[in-house]
Design a binder for this molecule. Structure first.
Ligand SMILES: N[C@@H](CCC(=O)N[C@@H](CS)C(=O)NCC(=O)O)C(=O)O
Length: 217
């Protein structure tokens, strides 16, 4: 059955892999599933035709026959459950991989998104200068904890899993701030993710659409 995802017609990062369709592309590449991409403009994603697929007017979405999904966590979980390659066979190890997916999305990503909000959306507010350092410190707290847990392992729980895919995807959003490089073990962890052939194929596909056309934000 054909899989179709949505992605930005023009990604705000110019195709540097930060738009969240990247997570879904990467997951599909890891499990060897071909997919098609429907591009949506910033305006079109707010229109009824797209809102039918995504109630909040965001990307990515995922269509497979009659199944329509949104939220990258749910989409990657679905892909990992249906196809071999992203979850371990052992049930407990699989539960731990899912735990890491949730940790990436619910514990690590929120302060990172807060930084984007503080710098870009609220950067002109009079209190922005005082707020940004506090948000950065909250991120650092999480990075210290995550780095301690990763230790000198390659991946978070044994072999690479959907948990790592999601964590690496989330950490990548830190790179433009310079914060990722403050944690060499986590920077190396992210680099290991980026070096995976499936990641490289996904990145190339997203880059090709945007052709390196960076826009602010
Ligand atoms: N929690 C959602 C977030 C989706 C999301 O924020 N997508 C961004 C692109 S990376 C978007 O569509 N932004 C456009 C906007 O906020 O209007 C997920 O993980 O799928």
């Amino acid at each position: 059955m054909t899989i179709t995802i949505t992605a930005f017609e023009r990604s705000p990062d110019g195709g540097m892999g930060l738009a969240r369709d990247m997570r879904v592309r990467w997951a599909l590449e890891e499990v060897g599933q071909p997919y098609e991409v429907r591009l949506v403009s910033l305006r079109a994603k707010e229109e009824p035709a797209h809102l039918r697929f995504h109630p909040f007017g965001l990307i990515p979405t995922y269509e497979e026959g009659d199944l329509v999904l949104f939220e990258t966590g749910a989409i990657v979980l679905h892909i990992a459950e249906r196809h071999a390659g992203l979850f371990p066979d052992d049930a407990d190890a699989r539960a731990r991989a899912i735990t890491w997916m949730f940790a990436a999305l619910n514990t690590v990503e929120p302060p990172i998104l807060e930084l984007v909000t503080a710098k870009i959306l609220e950067g002109d507010k009079p209190w922005a200068e005082a707020r940004v350092p506090m948000v950065k410190d909250r991120i650092r707290d999480r990075m210290v904890q995550l780095s301690a847990r990763l230790g000198d392992a390659d991946w978070l729980d044994g072999a690479f899993s959907a948990g790592d895919l999601m964590m690496v995807s989330v950490l990548l959003r830190l790179r433009p701030s310079g914060l990722l490089d403050e944690f060499p073990e986590l920077a190396a962890y992210v680099a290991r993710g980026e070096a995976r052939p499936a990641y490289e194929r996904a990145f190339a596909a997203q880059w090709a659409i945007n052709a390196g056309d960076p826009r602010a934000g």
